[in-house]
Design a protein around this ligand. Structure first.
Ligand SMILES: [Zn+2]
Length: 481
């Protein structure tokens, strides 16, 4: 055999050794944390207090006139009555009528404060689904080991966990080492303009900045990823941006018996087809690399081999990942044509036609870039405008004190789970606090199955007593450590 064959063989052997070596060295990032001495928690009373919070229908509505303001006022008073010890140690401000900002003064003013978020509002119950609820959505029924109702998972559970933890620690005479701020907006589900935005502006006007911010986000989810047995504690380190982009074509009106080659409706049809064909590029972005680095070592050897060697298998990985909707959404800015408007009579040329495309923008890209892309794809004849747009968030670091603090509390309360940083697909209030901290995380301390996720914004939303306990213990642990 010639010299070249030996050289190629040697190359293949080295390559295989590198691939295998990397897979073997691809170690789990999990670690164990000794839980603090278990605090005394009265779970039944906590469940009753969550139930009471659920019974106040603080339902979000995009039309301000449709918001039941009385429920929001009652909610503020309800917290005051339900958590007297907490209210004795917290300073409270009501922001813009219905949002809450609390401060728990710490011992050491030289340490940067921490900010804990939740929201008071809940999404409405979809018309026609009321009958599908086993217990009425605002009953707060305590049955079968659960509290039932709208807001038990999104996200009165988090708000109540925070208040329970403060109540419990205040009763023990505990004072935090640094200042804790709690901020509960009242319109997260309708984009937070009146709540989170106002609170954030207030905090900025005071020159504050925070060590880290913790908002609602991923849960500890069982069965979220095929091939991974451990529950994944999903901690959002970034969130996608949002844009509704309208494209409009003007045409000649008139009778349809002698039409132009392309009517306004036809032009929109072609543009929509082109936008679906020429999507934004799929990328293994820095946040996705973090997700894969944490999840990879928990997988079977085959997948571990691939994820440990993205330098080689990256293109293959993208190809496979892209074929599932969830994978595709992780890889790129997504394109969804959602609204089409055109003519109204079969035999009349439409004067105007339009489409709205809903984009979810990947971190690292911008609204400006997206508009540029759309204009390039649809051409100059069509008008392009953003009706509504929010930039994607920054990506928060994983090797930071804030992430580590949250991770330690996760491992103390959910020792079987593995923490996985990930990107949140939906918008949260957290993005409004970006001017206040470099470290913004999104996590909801409850252990649920992947199917249970459908109850969020859906039917039969409920929270188990075990999860009420975990939520409270999570915050106690986080506060104490
Ligand atoms: Zn929420």
């Amino acid at each position: 055999m010639s010299y070249w064959v030996y050289l190629i063989l040697a190359g293949v052997v080295i390559l295989l050794a590198v691939i295998l070596g990397r897979a073997v060295a691809f170690r789990s990032r999990r670690y164990t944390v000794d839980p603090l001495p278990a605090p005394k928690i009265d779970i039944n009373r906590a469940a009753e207090r969550l139930s009471g919070a659920v019974q106040l229908p603080t339902v979000a509505a995009s039309d301000p006139a449709k918001v039941d303001r009385a429920s929001f006022e009652l909610f503020i008073r309800y917290l005051e009555q339900a958590y007297p010890q907490a209210h004795a140690v917290l300073e409270r401000e009501i922001v813009n009528g219905y949002s809450l900002l609390y401060r728990w003064k710490g011992r050491d003013a030289s340490l940067k404060p921490v900010l804990f978020l939740a929201h008071i509002d809940v999404v409405p119950v979809e018309k026609g689904t009321e009958q599908d609820w086993l217990y009425p959505p605002f009953s707060g029924a305590l049955a079968e080991g659960f509290v039932w109702g709208r807001g038990t998972m999104d996200v009165k559970n988090q708000l109540i966990s925070i208040m329970e933890a403060v109540e419990c620690l205040a009763a023990e005479g505990f004072t935090p080492s640094r200042d804790f701020y709690l901020a509960f907006g009242h319109d997260e589900e309708t984009r937070g303009e009146e709540g989170a935005v106002k609170i954030s502006e207030l905090l900025q006007s005071r020159g504050l900045s925070f060590e880290y911010v913790l908002d609602e986000g991923g849960a500890v989810t069982v069965g979220a990823m095929p091939g991974v047995k451990r529950p994944l504690a999903l901690v959002g380190i970034a969130e996608k941006g949002y844009a509704d982009i309208r494209i409009t074509a003007q045409g000649e009106a008139g009778h349809s018996s002698m039409p132009p080659r392309h009517t306004a409706a036809g032009m929109i049809g072609r543009a929509v087809a082109a936008l679906e064909r020429r999507q934004r590029p799929a990328r293994i972005s820095p946040y996705l690399r973090e997700t894969l680095a944490h999840i990879g070592p928990e997988m079977g050897f085959g997948l571990r081999l691939i994820l440990a060697n993205l330098w080689l298998f990256g293109p293959l990985f993208k190809l496979v990942f892209k074929s599932s909707r969830a994978g595709n959404a992780l890889l790129r800015t997504t394109t969804a044509v959602t609204v089409l408007e055109g003519g109204s009579k079969p035999n009349v040329l439409p004067r105007k036609a339009s489409a709205i495309i809903n984009y979810r923008i990947a971190p690292g890209e911008s609204v400006q870039e997206l508009l540029h892309h759309v204009r390039r794809v649809v051409g100059d004849e069509l008008e392009v405008e953003a009706i509504q747009a929010t930039e994607p968030s920054r990506i928060s670091p994983v090797d930071s004190p804030g992430f580590k603090a949250i991770e330690r509390a996760i491992y103390a309360i959910f020792p079987e789970a593995v923490t996985v940083p990930y990107i949140v697909m939906a918008g949260t209030d957290a993005i409004r606090y970006e001017p206040l901290s470099e470290q913004i995380y999104r996590f909801t301390p409850m252990l649920i199955s992947a199917e249970d996720l459908e109850r969020v914004h859906g039917t039969n939303e409920r929270l188990s007593l075990e999860n009420i306990e975990r939520g409270i213990r999570f915050y106690i642990d986080l506060f104490k450590r």
